[in-house]
Design a protein around this ligand. Structure first.
Ligand SMILES: [Zn+2]
Ligand SMILES: [Zn+2]
Length: 208
C-alpha cells in the first residue's frame, strides 16, 4: 500500500495497450480496461455520475461502471479507529481487494463518505494500492461545510472528479507531478486540489 507516494508499475496495462492494435474492433472493445466505481455510504447524483463517467472513460480510455451504494456497516469493524474517529485507509483498500478478485484489467475505485488516514498521514484525500487494482477517495474534507463554509455542490463535485482522476492516475502507473496545475500534483491541502485542474499535463499524459 502507499499513500500517493510512489510510482506504480502495471505491465499488464502496457501489454493490453500494445495488443490493442492486433484485434478487430469488437475484440478491441473487450480488451478495454474496466473502472468500477463503488460508492460507500454515499449516493452519487445523476450529475456527478455523468461527470465521472465522461472524465474517466476519456482520460483512461476505459469502460466505467458505477455500482449501487453500499453502507459502511458492511466494512470490517477493525477498519475503524475509535480513538481517532477515522477509518484506516490501508484496511479499506485490503477489504476492496478481498471482496473482488480482479486482474490488472479491472480497477476499483471506492468513493467513501467518511474520513480516513494512512500510516503517518493525519488524513488522506485518497489512496491507491501499489499494483493499482484498488483505490479509494474520502469525501468529508472535500466539502466546504467541513471548513465552516457554505455548501457548494459544484465545487464539491469538481474536487471529487479531480481526486478520482488522481488516484486512478496512480492505478494506471503515474507518480506525483511537480506541475501545480497537473491533476497528479500531490494535494497536501484542499487548496492544492483547487489549484490543480482535472487534467493531466502533457508529460503525464504521454506516460499513461
Ligand atoms: Zn497521489
Ligand atoms: Zn503532470
Amino acid at each position: 500500500m502507499y499513500s500517493c507516494m510512489k510510482a506504480l508499475q502495471n505491465s499488464e496495462h502496457t501489454t493490453l495497450i500494445k495488443d490493442h492494435f492486433k484485434y478487430p474492433k469488437s475484440a478491441e472493445y473487450l480488451m478495454k480496461i474496466i473502472i468500477i466505481i463503488q460508492p460507500i455510504s454515499f449516493e452519487l447524483t445523476a450529475e456527478l455520475s455523468i461527470s465521472l463517467e465522461r472524465q474517466l472513460s476519456k482520460d483512461f480510455d476505459a469502460l466505467v461502471r458505477i455500482l449501487p451504494s453500499i453502507k459502511d456497516t458492511l466494512l470490517p469493524l477493525d477498519s475503524f479507529d475509535k480513538n481517532r474517529g477515522q477509518w484506516k485507509s490501508n484496511n479499506i483498500l485490503q477489504w476492496i481487494l478481498d471482496r473482488k478478485k480482479t486482474d490488472g484489467s479491472v480497477k476499483i475505485l471506492a468513493i467513501c463518505d467518511f474520513d480516513a488516514y494512512s500510516n503517518h498521514l493525519n488524513f488522506v484525500f485518497g489512496q491507491a494500492t501499489v499494483d493499482g487494482r484498488a483505490s479509494a477517495i474520502y469525501l468529508p474534507r472535500l466539502r466546504q461545510e467541513f471548513y465552516g463554509l457554505k455548501t457548494n455542490d459544484s465545487l464539491f463535485y469538481q474536487r471529487i472528479v479531480k481526486e478520482a482522476v488522481h488516484e486512478l492516475g496512480h492505478a494506471f502507473g503515474l507518480s506525483h507531478c511537480n506541475k501545480l496545475t497537473c491533476v497528479m500534483h500531490f494535494s497536501n491541502s484542499l487548496r492544492d486540489t483547487d489549484i490543480k485542474e482535472n487534467n493531466f499535463c502533457n508529460n503525464c499524459r504521454t506516460r499513461l
